[in-house]
Design a protein around this ligand. Sequence first.
Ligand SMILES: [Zn+2]
Length: 845
Amino acid sequence: MARYNAKESEPKWQAAWNARQSFLTSTDHSRPKCYVLEMFPYPSGRVHMGHVRNYTMGDVIARFRRAQGFNVLHPMGWDAFGLPAENAARDGGINPREWTYANIDAMRAELKSLGLAIDWSREFATCDPDYYKHQQKLFLDFYAGDLVYRHEADVNWDPVDMTVLANEQVIDGKGWRSGAAVERRKLSQWFFRITRYSEELLRALDQLEKWPEKVRLMQKNWIGRSEGLRFAFDLSNLTALDVFTTRPDTLFGASFVALSPDHPLTEELAKTDPKLRDFIAECRRTGTAEAEIETAEKLGYDTGLTASHPFDPDWKLPVMVANFVLMGYGTGAIFGCPAHDQRDWDFATKYRLPILPVVAPEGAADVDVSTEAYVGPGRLVHSRFLDGMDVETAKREVAARLEAAGKGRRTVNYRLRDWLASRQRAWGCPIPMIHCAACGVVPAPESDLPIKLPDDLDFSVKGNPLDAHPTFKHTTCPSCGGEARRDTDTLDTFVDSSWYFARFADPFAADPVNRDAVNYWLPVDQYIGGIEHAILHLLYARFFTRAMHATGWAKIDEPFASLFTQGMVCHETYKGHNGGWIEPAEVEKRGDRAFLKGTDTEVTVGPSEKMSKSKKNVVAPMGMIDAYGADAIRWFMLSDSPPERDVDWSESGAEGCWRFVQRIWRLVSEAEGLPAPGTKVGAASGDALALRQATHRAIAAVTDDLANLRFNRAVAQIYTLANAIQDAPKADAAVRREALETIVLLVGPMMPHLAESCWEALGHATLLVDTKWPDFIAALTQSQTVTIAVQINGKRRSEITIGINADEAAVRSAALAEEGIVRALDGKTPKKVIVVPGRIVNIVA
Ligand SMILES: [Zn+2]
């Protein structure tokens, strides 16, 4: 029999599935459904190994659930707006639309060569006017529902690219693309009111049991709920200043009061204080990203005002302006307690302010804060009426006293900020709003949607090409009919990805979503993507779903019932003697050493790291598919490590997978004397029984492993079954057919092309993809032994492993003979031994 030829058979089966429309989603909403979705890709133009891993995992689930009889939705689309297209337009003079769609065409072809079970009829790109039209409609609905608003805010401004940057796009204080020092500017921007749902987004995390704990924790921290106290300081200028604190217990350790540079009082004082104006300008030179502000050098300015301590009017604290106080958090003003907050400690040390310890560790009379702040637990000291209290009691006491005096109230504060969603970018979804000098901001009429991007944008201009376009912004006001200006900002691309999963339920709907389809398909049953989206994308999507619920487009709040975050694909790194990175394709391994291909020039082998262009350790999947076939590459992605961990790509590993492909093919194609398909298996014994047991155990285990995304373990089960088949060439022919058909069916979701070829070779006229997932016979899967816990007086002391058919007397004597039990009984005779067969032995001593 000839070797299995992936190059011939893979396109053949892809064409067969396509001809039969095997993966077209059924609109029969009476069937149980399974919506499998991988985070859709940005159309960079090339599929990379990370994509291959992600989409293979989703594909296995989709094929597996489909075989189990679920109505499966497994779509694909493109997260197609964003900067790279604009950069290509600016740097290469290419139309961003053409650039994007050409990339999509290239990537679609590459993805198709992987044999993914995708319903391509539902494909869309977020830059399709037919998609963003509906996004504009949602924006208008959110606006009507007060879920979108316009507000003047401090933003990161890139003075070279002349655009607002998201916090994540500011790296070390510089624009990620231009490298220019980012400035803070006040601009009117559009915000989504995500903070309306702060508490709900936080609480609902507890219900997301099928999400990784790590992701839930990251979101929890991002939302950042803190309970604290809001209270007022009386100032020397006879006004009162509201501050927020989570540590009211440390009030007697206060040594200063600090305002945000953006606090209204700061701005008021700056009107008559030019030095303060300079200071504010200096603070604004850093961006608004919290991490950046946290790590920046602490800067302070003494306003000359003083604040009276709320429990001692004669105690005056200096009022400073400090760069680390954020206007968006709490009230934009704090009191500093340097002894118990490292940030305040740094600030006080720099500006020679007192550092007064007020919390000492349990049992200690004092605490040393001369080298750093003490942030641990303890009891209050040097704090008058609080002395001796623990931290929580002291917090309550201060809050109660200030509340009673009418000076404060307990409040909950969140770190989560409203989502700044407007960008001064041309390759994005236009914001459907109009600015009229007479009427203000007016929504564009729905009949005008989509507000389309012009096709003739000039990317050589400074700033936003949409704003510079000769006609785009000129319109008439829908309210008064006068001359008006369109909003020339576009939406953050995170908006595009916040609801695409709902559109997939019916991408042909005339409305943003088809409510019936959304009610049936959502939530997504299995969402798969990278951990890098743990916060923003997933939080925004959770907000959007709630906002769609509030505006009548959906009935659910949580879009993703189950989330899986897969690990990265890594590769060794190589460096030449000049320190430059070298691509794996140029390297040849000889033993443990590596050389430039065909030479004796040794290269240094570095650690395995995530494949990246900058380290040149990228292996293009298409070359590997060409060499080994898509199935072998899919198998590699599933086999080596647990799916949540990183996997090291290696060509020898891919070769091993290719050999396994050939092995399965040989097992099937060289099997002799098999009865016709559908032959019943009779009673088996000896070799045949062992093979049947191996077969049914494999079905049970692989079914369980795939349902729980333990792909690597499913792979191991299949190897085991392959060995069992190989070891029983003389077993009953019907049993061998059962084993071979089973291994082919189990391999089906993972190596679908090979499985079809094998299915055909086994004499089937139908496609494997239309074949039901195998059931196992429970009696054949049972292990021959069972492990039983042994307790003494209800406490677990040991365990025994014993035949499953062992009777009560045998279990009892095995338990009493167990070494740990003998030792624990120490010669005593048990009063009673209770045996629950197959479960537990409890000894009453
Ligand atoms: Zn008007």
